[in-house]
Design a protein around this ligand. Sequence first.
Ligand SMILES: NC(=O)C1=CN([C@@H]2O[C@H](COP(=O)(O)OP(=O)(O)OC[C@H]3O[C@@H](n4cnc5c(N)ncnc54)[C@H](O)[C@@H]3O)[C@@H](O)[C@H]2O)C=CC1
Ligand SMILES: O=C(O)C1=N[C@H](C(=O)O)C[C@H](O)C1
Length: 271
Amino acid sequence: MTDMRLIVLGASGRMGRALTRAIAEIEGVTLAGALEREGSAHLGADAGELAGLGPLGVRVTDDPLPLVAHADGVVDFTAPAATVAIAELAAQARIVHVVGTTGLSETDLDRLDAVARHAVVVRSGNMSLGVNLLAALVRQAARALGPDWDIEVLEMHHRAKVDAPSGTALLLGEAAAEGREVALKDASVRVRDGHTGPRAEGAIGFATLRGGSVVGEHTVILAGAGERVELVHRAEDRMIFARGAVKAALWGFGRKPGHYSMADVLGLQRD
Ligand SMILES: NC(=O)C1=CN([C@@H]2O[C@H](COP(=O)(O)OP(=O)(O)OC[C@H]3O[C@@H](n4cnc5c(N)ncnc54)[C@H](O)[C@@H]3O)[C@@H](O)[C@H]2O)C=CC1
Ligand SMILES: O=C(O)C1=N[C@H](C(=O)O)C[C@H](O)C1
């Protein structure tokens, strides 16, 4: 069987470089193109050299059209505007779109839902096995412990991260809300400052830390009267996300159109 041909969007970014390495190490996929934004200092560079692999003969370009026409999928860890733009092109070409980009607005998500009527979109705020397993545990804990236990989601990331709360924190908050059978938008408290008054009953709180080179750390705290449960994930290497994204692309290849999640890819049941 021939390899699945993948394009990396945002090829010179932290995740873009990790994706190039993951494509090189995983069987059944090949790097078919490397895209960057207009004006990037890395246009024309060899994607393999950017990723520390040595030359692969794939030059970074800012023109998606010729690449999309000859590829089977695009892996995209960039920024919301770039993700929505490539989603339209990927859907027209009927190629798999794996979306790792976080900070997407409700409008952006509606656009992805619309294109997923015609194409395979696999999207997750976190592509690692560990976090997706953690989400299942959080759902179960929130259901078992009930509303008397307060839920707070704490996250820390490197100083260059631009969105908050992280996509993972929101994914974990969604899992907690599902466990409680409430809508996250009705329960979430994303910022606290000044004289806030006591904690609202049933709130799912978020707290954000930024600094240094932290790849990604998430703690879901379930605080009861006189005791506390903490569920923690620590990412130590971006390759966990990159390998997950390549696995998602392979899973999506040949599948019927739809907006899928990493829980679908990993076969994690929603109990
Ligand atoms: N879902 C997951 O498992 C993970 C998601 N992320 C998310 O991935 C995104 C990127 O993260 P990093 O790699 O750390 O950021 P980064 O800033 O290092 O890389 C982003 C890259 O995208 C490029 N880009 C921006 N607009 C573009 C366009 N229109 N066309 C092509 N390229 C464009 C930038 O030039 C940059 O090279 C963020 O939203 C982050 O939260 C990061 C790690 C894991
Ligand atoms: O920007 C990052 O770095 C990360 N972003 C994702 C998020 O927003 O949760 C995933 C991971 O934690 C790293």
